[in-house]
Every structure is written in C-alpha cells, then in structure tokens.
Ligand binder design. Sequence first.
Ligand SMILES: [Zn+2]
Length: 422
Amino acid sequence: MSLLLRGGVVVDTEPTPFVTGHADVLVEGGVIAAVGTGLSSPPDAEVIDATGRIVLPGFVDTHRHTWQAAIRSITPDISFGGYLERVLGGLAPRYRTQDVYAGNLAGALECLNSGITTLLDWSHIQLTPAHTEATVEALRASGIRAVLGYCYGGPDGPEGLAAEGRRVHRAYFDRADPLLSMAIAALGPEIAGETLASHEWRLARDLGLPVTVHMGGHGAESAERGLAFLRENGLLGPGTTYVHPNHYTDDALKRIADSGGTASVSPLIEAELGIGYPATGRARAAGLTTGLSADTVASGPGDMFSLIRAAYTLERACGADFTTRDVLRMATLEGAEVVGLGEVTGSLRVGKQADLVLLRTDTPVMAPAHDPIGAIVLSADTSCVDTVLVGGRVVKRDGRLLHHDVPGVLTALRESATALTA
Ligand SMILES: [Zn+2]
C-alpha cells in the first residue's frame, strides 16, 4: 500500500527545522520512501491532495497522564500540592478499569486529533493487573504510537513492583510491536524514597527499558539530593528522562546531559501550578535533549500547539534567543529522541515511519501563512489539523478522526466522569 501526498508545503525537522517548499511525500509500506518535487505515483498508490496544506512530522508528547481525560479541567487555579492531593490522592484511587480504558482511549484520540502521533503515556494508574490490561487495550485500539510508562500502583511495595513489572513486560511486550513499547515510569527518590527508587531502576535495567521520572520539580535542595542519590548508586546514566527539571542548577543540568539523560518540560503546567519556571532554554543550553509534554489535562490543555506557544513565549519573555525552529524541533525530533524513538519518528528522513500531519492554511486562523514554521508555532491550532498519519495509516482525514465511533467514545468518557466525581 503506497500513499502519495501531493503538493503540500513540506517542513522537515532534521537536523533542525527547515522549509523544503512545495513537494510531494511518498509513503510505502508505512515508511517515508521519498520527499521531493514531481514524484511519480506508483500504480497502486493512493494520492492525497496536499495543496494548501503544510506537511510536517507528527508531534511527540513526552509525558502525559493519559488516563486523566475524564477529569479534564477539573482542577483549574490549583497549586502543585493541591493537584497532588485532589487528583492523585482523591480521584486516582476511584478509577475502575473501565475508567482507565475510557480515559486512555479518549486521551489518545485527543492526541491524534491535534496532530500528536507519538505519546509517552506516563501511567500511574496501574492499581491492578486489570488496570494495565485496560491501558494497553485502549492504547492499541487508538492507533497511536505510544510508549507505556508503567508505574506500579499496587499494594505490595518493591516485591510487587518487581513481580508485576516483569509480568507486564512478558505479557504485552515480549515481542516487538510496531506501535507500542514500554518504559518504567519511576516514582523516583524525590517522591517514593530511595529504597523503592533503587528497585525501580533495577527493574528497568533487568528488563532493558528506559526510565522516565519526575525529578527536579520539588525544590532546589530536593533536586540536588535526588541527583546525588542517583550518582552515588550508579543510577545516573543514559535512557533516563527527567520530567519537570525546573529546580536543577545549570551545573546539574549539565551533569544530566553528560550522563546521557534527557528532559521533559511541561511549560504550561509547570508555570500554571507554580512548579517552577520551565527550564526549557536552560536545559537545551546545558546540552540536554529536551521534549515538551502536556502532563495533565486536569489543569491544562492537551494539544501541542498550546505547549509550543507556552514554551516559546516563556523563553522569549526572559530575553532568551529562542526561536520558532527551536521549539518545533522540541515538539518533533527532540521529543522522539527523548522517548527513545529518534530513529523511528520525529522527522521526514527517508526510512522513518510515516507519522505525518497536514495542516490547513486556507483558514482564518492560518491564511496566508507567510512563514510556514512561524505559522505552525504562532498561529495553528487543532482546527487546522486536516489529516494525520501514523505509520502510514491515515487516522484523521478532512478534519475527522477515522476508525472510531467518536460520539460513543465521548459518551463512555462522560459516564466515567460522572462515576468518578459522584
Ligand atoms: Zn506528570
């Protein structure tokens, strides 16, 4: 099955974002086969007219608690502490398996609808094996490319983590899946304490999985202590993503970069909840590969356009030489590198998976889109997302999600919301 996207304005992101200009993109066997002008269409190819569209790689969200879709906007005007208490302390324990399924499916479709084709699902709702089953089923059903960040939430401490983490890996990830892979979402030393953190890293290493961990968002002293713990225990190394690295010093960010770690910045939530000033520019200046993340829709938006605008604006506000190209790279290629998929997605390099987004420019929001990268970063919103492909499969077309009964998904989400807040 071949697809030819004909005549769009192509924006690639590797090594840094640039405008190719009017060009065609040929997709064969789910991967990008060619990018160029006047490509001839193979006999079996379906041709998609991309005239008046910007064609770019799909966005990558490096950290989202996808299960929270049913509690969208439930905690506005809240502090980080208030969020932890209300959402993680109050609402999370109420989640049944059907709530996890409804939230994860709706959340993943929200991503696809807004052009996010790859998602690190930071899933600290793994209360029972059935919750994990529901999470995996929903991610698979959605059609998104996802890394399941598995965070053990059962009652049995380090032993439970070790046993259940291994079971999940065996049950769902023992063979390569084209769309779904696994990471260990660690609670880490700052939240769970050093003993459990040691077990989390040990499990990840035993299974050969990356780690994603919330570290650096709990004050300067805690940030430094957590990093010292990793270093002293031989855990400071590659394949680790530091979520909310707000309170690291420039020197600590440099140490993380030198170790091969990466960063996930949630510019909007970090600013809104008072976690700290987003470290976007400082992290990149320290040489850290840095992606963006929505974090939670309980208190913020779930689309990448909002995130790139927040990151861009907050950097410019403090006088940083931070450009639309910088932030677009974070939202695509750099995000893919953060979630360990830099060779798979995030740019239009031939041979990569055809994870693509077509943005309409013939709308009041976008026209006349003088600078295509400027238009993506400064003007576009979800209403411009016309067509979305994941691995060459069209999941949104002419502004409509395919393959799903969207009203049915939203009905299930509303039923879940009612039960959760009753
Ligand atoms: Zn988070």
